[in-house]
Design a protein around this ligand. Structure first.
Ligand code: SF4
Ligand code: SF4
Ligand code: SF4
Length: 187
């Protein structure tokens, strides 16, 4: 069976330190004013007048049915067999069609290179047997990356344990039919 790369965020562990954002930017020389991953904040009112702040990481969801792939006229944006949605820079003509097509706002235009850019799941690093930079740097081990087709992988075990413990597991905007591959886990 092919590998199927995915990431899970254990969001109760996120403290909004933004180490992931910085390490990703440094690793991939992401242009000023842009990031491949973000932390969003959400304030929730709970029972008895208490409030809770949730920190929600985000990056490209490596969607199985990715609108960015559908609209790309040169097939620069494509789904790889290992689940990664990749932009082949040699084929990108910088038309930017893909940028507004992404419902997750995961792409931006790299003016220095004249191409669309986004998270690659750190493909060159994982090809060398390393973890994605953001997962390595996170002090709270929020980000769990791996092959969900391998039952022995850490991500498979984390998702299995969440199910067993009846934790909330979801993906962003599943109603859109994009089949994203980033899982959110919360108590
Ligand atoms: S999150 Fe956006 S950029 Fe990433 S694969 Fe899905 S549609 Fe494309
Ligand atoms: S900017 Fe590049 S990746 Fe995006 S649609 Fe145009 S050719 Fe495809
Ligand atoms: S997987 Fe790599 S490219 Fe994607 S957000 Fe994390 S560090 Fe950045």
């Amino acid at each position: 069976m092919n590998k199927k790369y995915a990431m899970a965020y254990i969001i109760d562990r996120c403290i909004d330190c933004k180490a992931c954002m910085v390490s990703c930017k440094a690793e991939w020389n992401v242009p000023e004013d842009f990031f491949r991953t973000h932390i969003d904040q959400g304030l929730k009112k709970e029972l008895h007048g208490k409030f809770r702040m949730d920190f929600l990481p985000s990056q490209c969801n490596h969607c199985d049915k990715a609108p960015c792939v559908t609209v790309c006229p040169t097939k620069a944006s494509h789904n790889r067999e290992d689940g990664i949605v990749y932009v082949d820079r040699s084929r990108c003509v910088g038309c930017k069609y893909c940028i507004p097509s992404c419902p997750y706002d995961a792409r931006f235009y790299n003016h220095d290179l004249g191409v669309a850019e986004k998270c690659t799941f750190c493909l060159p690093r994982i090809a060398d047997g390393l973890e994605p930079a953001c997962a390595t740097t996170c002090p709270g081990n929020v980000r769990v990356f791996g092959d969900i087709n391998d039952p022995a992988s850490e991500i498979s075990m984390v998702l299995g344990a969440a199910k067993e413990n009846k934790q909330k597991v979801w993906k962003l905007r599943e109603d859109l039919g994009t089949l994203p591959n980033i899982y959110y886990i919360q108590k």
